[in-house]
Design a protein around this ligand. Structure first.
Ligand code: NAD
Length: 730
């Protein structure tokens, strides 16, 4: 194990260098933490060593903890995982506290050895918590570096002292965007926020840190909270100013998270309770709340989906083993809303783009989307005029198919019409017969569309979500004859544009739309039944959905809903369930087409700001007796997750990891749950099946327990227990 190495100079400064050879970025494991601890012991015990600098052998400092460790500890301490997790956390505290106290006499606070952190670049999670335990933090002036504590994004909070130290260093209010939102800063901003101490030229980093270590006095290395009379900046909870902060923070967190994220609540508790006691007790409190969060199934599900599996999918967990298919030149046909976005995200990463539309004005308009995007970036100082020119220079907006010569991938985003798409497919093939052809259709079966191609092996679906530049999921759809090279091409393209892919088989609405449409329909049919619209919307939000089904309909537009309803009815015939259509078609006839019309299920002001639910919905007289919250929530959740289970049964989904990651990134499925399969595992198959039986009896056949779920309930199986291992290793 050489994750950390130590060398001591003639001047007596020990430099501990973090460099995990097998990884491009340093991550902390249990073994590496132990090694760091041993090296600190050695340095503190050596007479020859005057002080220590902890740095990295890479151009970044560290990406954080290897979160797989948490799973390993749970396994090891099967009988009492809380004990294992608490001990593990406390060991971390002891090691970092040793760095902070640095061998000083606890009474006189004298005789310790100065320890500085020297960060060449990005420092995240425990990669910042280790520096926070040091006496001074130096960072190289590297504007691309990110410094912060993003743990909350995967359902935990900084549990290696970061929470307690940051709040004591900056005060609860100043620390809250960093802790509660996981806000990351570049080094200059991190310095002005008070997270780090000095930003220095990259080539002077080590020298400056050593110089400080050699000149630091006893007083320089005592943390404010270890000094007599320490007062928390901004005030502790029972200070008049602090009191206001803590009351406000609690309201803010609950407002933002709707109370469904255990980590945010636990973080607040750790901060509040920790602020009332001495530092070492505060660390213990932090460890207890951290363990509490780790023991909540939500945190392991979030870590699994949003960290481990998301990364595995991005790295090509389901990529066929064929040569590198990186895209050099992409042709985008159709420069409308989607085509313009696809051209933008491709050019941003340096891919050459040919953007074609039927008319030159339309192609130019598509390209102007990139110009506007870059202008916004320039206004926010995130881009430069030179970068804008370079990106625009990569996009050739034209009507001329001959310009497609040399393209290795085509993405078609013309009107959602089989005839128009077939015509475009033929034109493209004449211009560049060797390219992989991808359609961005949202509803048309890939296998059918592939019939317009003379090489169905090279035909595939690459389904982007709108707006393309913001939405991180891309759904790749294999038609019956799609070949491995096309799948690899699509995956390599998605990787280049830094999004997350899932790969599914061809079926009506593929995966994401298949699950989201029943959610919308369930909400609308409840309106018709007389359920209060506010109850429907709030029930959805209180279970962690980012938008209620009615608001979502307004955002995606009522006319799209009508179009889908008509097409589905035509395709399904008698099997079509039209319960939501009356309300939907009525809204359409009223011209309430949603946000774009400034009128929908919600009312909007002239500026397009949502005002509240539209009073006209009173037409559906609210039933005298309203259902309870859980019933509404279960109807909304089961409508989605049962589709996910059916997609798995029908082999539309081949890997439950894709089902979970795709649901969170594609349509915001209650992220706290880790996704539909994780949610079913949390509530357990037996209860899920029982609940489906009740919902079926009360509300109809659409809640019928799928055969797979019934079988799993009988055998008391979990989805990750049964299908998780079959998924290729992460
Ligand atoms: P859009 O109407 O904004 O853009 C379509 C563009 O295609 C227009 O600029 C049009 O001029 C051009 N076009 C039409 N026929 C053409 C032809 N023969 N040759 C060249 N250009 C032609 O539509 P959009 O919302 O960008 O959708 C495009 C595709 O993406 C559709 O298949 C749609 O289902 C799919 N999609 C849309 C969304 C969404 O949210 N809008 C999401 C995912 C997928």
């Amino acid at each position: 194990m050489t994750d950390f190495t130590m060398e001591t100079d003639a001047d007596g400064v020990a430099v501990i260098t973090w460099d995990v050879k097998s990884k491009s970025m340093n991550v902390m494991t249990r073994d590496s933490m132990k090694l760091l601890n041993d090296l600190i012991d050695e340095a503190l015990g050596s007479e020859a060593i005057k002080g220590i600098v902890i740095t990295s052998g890479k151009d970044s400092f560290a990406g954080g903890m290897d979160l797989n460790v948490l799973g390993t500890i749970r396994e090891e301490y099967k009988d009492n995982p809380a004990e294992g997790l608490f001990e593990f956390t406390m060991n971390g505290h002891r090691a970092l506290r040793k760095i902070e106290r640095a061998g000083m006499d606890p009474k006189t606070l004298k005789g310790g050895k100065p320890i500085a952190a020297a960060l060449p670049g990005t420092a995240l999670g425990i990669g910042l918590e280790v520096p926070l335990a040091c006496h001074r933090i130096f960072a190289a002036d590297n504007p691309k570096a990110k410094i912060g504590l993003p743990e909350i994004m995967v359902g935990i909070f900084p549990g290696a002292g970061g929470t307690t130290r940051l709040v004591r260093k900056m005060g609860a209010i100043a620390a809250s965007p960093l802790l509660l939102e996981g806000k990351l800063n570049n080094p200059q901003k991190a310095k002005s926020a008070g997270v780090i101490d000095e930003v220095v030229p990259a080539d002077e980093l080590l020298a400056k840190a050593k110089e400080w270590v050699l000149n630091a006095t006893d007083a320089d290395i005592v943390k404010p909270w270890d000094q007599k009379g320490y007062k928390m900046p901004g005030g502790a909870p029972y200070h008049p100013a602090g009191f206001m902060n803590f009351v406000g923070a609690s309201a803010m967190v609950n407002g933002k998270t709707m109370g469904v994220y255990p980590a945010a609540k636990a973080l607040l508790s750790a901060v509040y309770e920790g602020a009332l006691v001495p530092f070492d007790t505060a660390l213990q409190i932090e460890a207890r709340w951290f363990t509490h969060v780790l023991m909540n199934p939500s945190s392991s599900a979030m870590i699994r989906s949003l960290f481990i599996n998301k990364e595995a999918l991005e790295k090509g967990a389901n990529r066929p083993a064929v040569d590198d298919q990186k895209v050099q030149k992409v042709g985008v046909i159709g420069a409308g809303m989607m085509g313009a976005g696809i051209a933008l995200v491709s050019a941003l990463v340096g891919i050459q783009v040919v953007l074609i539309d039927a008319k030159q004005e339309a192609a130019d308009k598509g390209k102007s989307y990139t110009a506007a995007y870059m202008d916004k970036g320039i206004a926010r100082k995130k881009a430069t005029p030179e970068k804008k020119e370079a990106v625009l220079g990569l996009i050739n907006a034209t009507t001329d198919y001959a310009a497609l010569e040399g393209c290795d991938l085509i993405v078609e985003a013309v009107f959602e019409d089989v005839g128009v798409k077939a015509e475009v497919t033929a034109k493209v093939q004449a211009a560049c017969p060797d390219a992989i052809f991808a359609t961005n259709t949202s509803t048309l079966p890939i296998t059918e569309l592939a019939k317009a191609s003379n090489d169905a092996e090279k035909f595939i679906g690459i389904h982007f979500f709108s707006p393309v530049d913001k939405m991180m999921l891309v759904e790749i759809i294999k038609g019956q004859k799609t070949g491995d090279v096309a799948v690899a091409k699509a995956l390599d393209f998605v990787r280049q544009i830094r999004k997350t892919p899932i790969v599914v088989n061809d079926a009506r609405f593929f995966y994401a739309n298949r699950c989201i449409i029943p959610y919308i329909n369930e909400g609308i049919r409840m309106v018709k039944e007389g359920v209060e619209p506010a109850l429907i919307e709030n029930a959805a939000k209180l279970v962690g959905m980012p938008l209620g089904p009615l608001q979502l309909t307004d955002e995606t537009s009522i006319d799209l809903g009508v179009k889908i309803a008509k097409a589905t009815k035509a395709a399904m015939g008698d099997a079509y369930d039209d319960a939501q259509d009356e309300v939907l078609f009525w809204m359409f006839d009223e011209g309430r087409l949603g946000r774009k019309a400034n009128a929908g299920f919600y009312a909007y002001d002239d500026k397009g700001k949502r005002q509240g639910l539209w009073e006209g919905l009173d037409k559906y007289t609210p039933a005298a007796e309203q259902p309870d919250l859980t019933t509404v929530q279960h109807r909304l959740l089961f409508a989605q997750v049962l589709e996910a289970v059916r997609a798995l049964e029908e082999n539309v989904l081949e890997d439950i990891r894709e089902g979970d990651v795709g649901a969170i990134l594609g349509w915001g499925f209650a992220p706290w749950s880790g996704g539909p399969f994780s949610w079913l595992d949390i509530i357990g198959a037996p209860y899920a099946a029982e609940r489906c039986d009740q919902l079926t009896a009360e509300f109809g056949e659409r809640f019928t327990t799928p055969a797979l779920l019934r079988e799993m309930a009988d055998k008391n199986q979990s989805f990750y227990g049964r299908f998780g291992k079959a998924a290729k290793a992460a």
